[in-house]
Design a protein around this ligand. Sequence first.
Ligand code: FMN
Length: 302
Amino acid sequence: MLYPADLFDLTVDGQRVKNPIVIASMAGTVDAAYVAGRAEHVGMAFVGGYSIDPPTIAASQQMAEGSRCEFLPGDPVGELLRQADLLAALPVVGGVNLRASTPQALAGLAGSLGDRVIYEIDAHCRQAPMMEAGAGEYLLHHPDRLFEMVRALASQGVLVSVKIRAGITENDPKLARQLWEAGADLLHVDLMDAGYAKIRQIRNASPALIIANNSMHSFDRVMEMFSHGADLVSLARHSDPDTLAGLDAAITRYAREFGWYNAPKQLCRGGDIRALTFCCLPMKDCLSSPPLNGSGSPGKST
Ligand SMILES: Cc1cc2nc3c(=O)[nH]c(=O)nc-3n(C[C@H](O)[C@H](O)[C@H](O)COP(=O)(O)O)c2cc1C
């Protein structure tokens, strides 16, 4: 009998991920207790975001005075240790979403927390106080700083994820490649209005595990992402137990019936380069791409 973990054959640094569904962070809302109520139907979860140094904590305080919900523990390291312990008791691979203004703050936290969780750098938050603190989307405008942060964490021997928003930098695939080269293990991509083509470009540029995010609450949408290179999909606003259970059931049913949940779409029909494995024999006319047959125009492969 196949168990779901075998069904998806998905691991992160040797840890089994039981399905390709992830809970994405929502500051002030997603903590270990939130994950516990949904753990049966997800393989991974990121709690937070947590601000971990004085500039980002001040930014969170300012945001909380406005309309935002924020986690504001008195002792962030103690709270993250507690969250990591609670996550470790759940059947999910756990991660913490972090706002930091310096690489040293992240490396210091990793020194205290160890390798029990995935460290996700929040390069996503676009609230002005957070960007002014040198965190969140600021990092997408200052990628060298982001690479430094990735390197600082990777040098501590922990798993690193980077949460980005697509369409902010000029060249997302290039950024994805550079993040992987700096040591990022996972790229967590809020696609915003971009479709699966963005996931295909990022897949073709980087071997990191890719989590596709934004409105991943229908079976059709998540299958589009999987067939164009996403390894996992994540949900924040729609991470209610019913939606997660429905997606889990549908993806599991599909994988049981067809095998690979993330089999690539054919290259000649817009798939990512994993689909080369399934291309026609070279003597066949290739309807696909000039880049493949080297002729500059679609037609016979030579
Ligand atoms: C209330 C709220 C708080 C959020 N807080 C964070 C955060 O702290 N860190 C982060 O990286 N993303 C944060 N996000 C972004 C979500 O993780 C996610 O990228 C976004 O909501 C789009 O995905 P969805 O369509 O599944 O909600 C937040 C989103 C919401 C709605």
